[in-house]
Write a protein that binds this ligand. Structure first.
Ligand code: ZN
Ligand code: ZN
Length: 354
C-alpha cells in the first residue's frame, strides 16, 4: 500500500510503498477516506526538537486524525463490523493502569499515540484496536468526521468534567485562533455562551475572519498587548470573562488568560509552551480562587458522545465544514504542511489520492 513515511531522522517525509498491515484478534483494518493534518504532524515533518525527543519508532507512518471504512475485523472484535465508517480515538490506553482503572483512560500511564508511537493514518490502510474505533454516522462527510479528534480537544477544553458549570450565559475568551481555537468558538456559540471573545496572534486575517464567521462576538489581535485585558474587561461590563480557554501556547497569552478572568472563574490550558514560564500564582490564581484545567486528549468516551451530539446539528456541521479551508490530494501533503506553517489555513484535509 501507499503511505507517507518518516524514513530518516530529518525534515520531510516520503510517499512510498510499504507492506499492508496485518491485524490481531482485537483489531480492525480501516481504509482511509480522509485524514487531516495536525500540528503534531507538522512537528514530525519539520523534525523539530519535540519530534527528535519524542519519536522512537522510525520508519514511522504518521498522521492520526482520520475517517475511513472498516474492511476487516479480528476474530475477537464484537462491536465493529466490516463496512462501518469509523474515526480514531488516537490515545491507545492499556486498560490496566491506575488511571485507566479509575475512569481516566485518556491519561493512561502507558499511553501509545497513533501516528507517534505506532503507524498512523497517512496511508491507504490503518490498524486500530477495536476500542479506539469510534463509529461514525455513515452519512457524515469523511472530511468532517476526520476532524472529530481535535474537535474533541476543543470540547474537552470547554467541558473538562461531567458536572462542570454551564457555558450558557457565560462570557468566554478563546486565546489563539488555530484550528482548535476556531472549533471551540463554534462549540461555545452552539452552547449559548453570551459573549465570545477571541484573540489571534499577529494580524492573521484568514483566521480572524473565520473566528468571526464561526460566532466570535469580538476578535482581537494579540498585538493589542497590555491593552488587551482592558478591552476585554470593558467588553464584559468590567467583570472579565467567566472562562478563558488558552489555545495558543504563548506565555503572554497564558498570563492574560488569568488577568482577564473574573474572580472564581476557570481557565483551561490546552496550548503547549515551548519552554517553562513564570506566572504570578498569588494574583493569577490563589487570590482569584481560579480553577485551572490541564487539557490532554479527550475523555474516553464522554467527549466523543458530546462531539456526536454537536455534529447532529446541521448548522454546526456547516461551521465545521468551513473550518476545513483546504481539501487536497495526499500526494500534495508537502503543500498542506506549508499552508499550516504559514498559518494561512484552518484545517487541511488530505484525500486518499496517491
Ligand atoms: Zn491531532
Ligand atoms: Zn492505562
Amino acid at each position: 500500500m501507499k503511505a507517507v513515511v518518516k524514513k530518516r531522522p530529518e525534515p520531510g517525509a516520503e510517499i512510498t510503498t510499504v507492506n499492508e498491515p496485518k491485524i490481531h484478534e482485537n483489531e480492525v483494518l480501516v481504509r482511509m477516506k480522509a485524514a487531516s493534518i495536525c500540528g503534531t504532524d507538522v512537528h514530525i515533518w519539520e523534525w523539530n526538537e519535540w519530534a527528535r525527543n519524542r519519536i522512537k519508532k522510525i520508519p514511522l507512518i504518521f498522521g492520526h486524525e482520520f475517517a475511513g471504512e472498516v474492511v476487516e475485523v479480528g476474530k475477537d472484535v464484537t462491536n465493529v463490523q466490516k463496512g462501518d465508517m469509523v474515526s480514531a480515538e488516537t490515545h491507545i490506553a492499556d486498560g490496566t493502569c491506575y488511571q485507566c482503572r479509575t475512569d481516566r483512560m485518556h491519561i493512561c500511564r502507558n499511553m501509545e499515540i497513533l501516528g507517534v508511537d505506532r503507524d498512523g493514518v497517512f496511508a491507504e490502510y490503518v490498524v486500530l484496536p477495536e476500542r479506539n474505533a469510534w463509529k461514525n454516522d455513515p452519512n457524515l462527510d469523511p472530511a468532517i468526521a476526520s476532524i472529530q479528534e481535535p474537535l474533541g480537544n476543543a470540547v474537552q477544553s470547554i467541558l473538562p468534567k461531567d458536572h462542570i458549570e454551564d457555558i450558557t450565559g457565560k462570557n468566554v475568551a478563546v486565546l489563539g485562533c488555530g484550528p482548535i481555537g476556531l472549533m471551540a468558538i463554534a462549540v461555545l456559540k452552539t452552547m449559548g455562551a453570551t459573549r465570545i471573545i477571541a484573540t489571534a496572534g499577529g494580524l492573521n486575517k484568514t483566521r480572524m475572519e473565520l473566528a468571526e464567521k464561526l460566532g466570535a462576538d469580538l476578535v482581537l489581535s494579540a498585538r493589542e498587548g497590555a491593552d488587551l485585558v482592558k478591552i476585554i474587561r470593558d467588553a464584559t461590563d468590567g467583570n472579565g470573562v467567566d472562562v478563558a480557554l488558552e489555545m495558543s501556547g504563548s506565555p503572554s497569552a497564558v498570563r492574560q488568560a488569568f488577568e482577564m478572568l473574573t474572580p472564581g472563574g476557570r481557565v483551561s490550558l490546552l496550548g503547549l509552551l515551548d519552554k517553562p514560564m513564570e506566572l504570578d500564582l498569588n494574583n493569577a490564581l490563589i487570590f482569584k480562587a481560579a480553577t485551572v484545567y490541564g487539557i490532554s486528549g479527550r475523555r474516553m468516551f464522554q467527549t466523543w458522545y458530546q462531539v456526536k451530539g454537536l455534529l447532529s446539528n446541521p448548522r454546526f456541521r456547516e461551521k465545521m465544514a468551513s473550518v476545513i479551508t483546504h481539501r487536497i490530494p495526499i500526494r500534495d501533503i508537502a503543500k498542506g504542511i506549508d499552508l499550516l506553517q504559514s498559518k494561512q489555513a484552518g484545517k487541511v484535509v488530505l484525500e486518499p489520492k496517491w
